[in-house]
Design a protein around this ligand. Sequence first.
Ligand code: SAH
Length: 197
Amino acid sequence: MTFDLELATKIVWCVFIVLWAAIRWQPNRKSRKTEKSVTARPMKERLAMVISSFGLGYIPAVWIFTDFLDGFDYTPNVFLFIIGFMTLLFTLRLFRLTHKALGKMWSHSLDLREGHKLVTSGIYEKVRHPMYTAFWAWGLGAAFLLPNWVAGFSGLIGFGTLFFLRVGEEEAMMKHEFGEEYDSYMQRTKRIIPGIY
Ligand code: SAH
């Protein structure tokens, strides 16, 4: 039997999704118990969340489980597979660290919880949006891993849309809530890549 690299990419992607959901499961339950004090989910934000989930999740799933996107396939390459695999491992590690640091302050969208505290410790010492770094890494990992032009790049495009529509709004919300504390946090940290951006 020959080693089927395309099948391997599909299995890696599915296992990645299961592990990611497992990392989120507990924080999701816990943070739900803490009431929201502020929630800002305008149409733009909701739409961006849908675009992002399609790009990161549903479009690759369509490629994996149907033959709908097969016309955009290219020959899988073992080096790209390895880089994609490593990037997705990094993604999971980073998700774990961000959930650990954020605890019940986490939410899917632009919300503040009752008694919300600004987290600047753990991975949040390095950058202000490490969870968004993890989502970028997810998109990048999928682009390397999945040998299909559409399913491979949909994550970067989908999450990129959400990121650029949301990050400024989120920082404005945090600034409004935490004032100088957030200003000084902004001065000592970058958004997603330490020392660069
Ligand atoms: N942008 C962060 C968090 C994403 S979750 C990251 O990428 O890691 C989104 C929610 O996290 C926002 O609604 C906000 O309420 C909360 N949040 C963002 N930064 C925070 C921080 N430094 N401390 C506490 N809560 C934060």
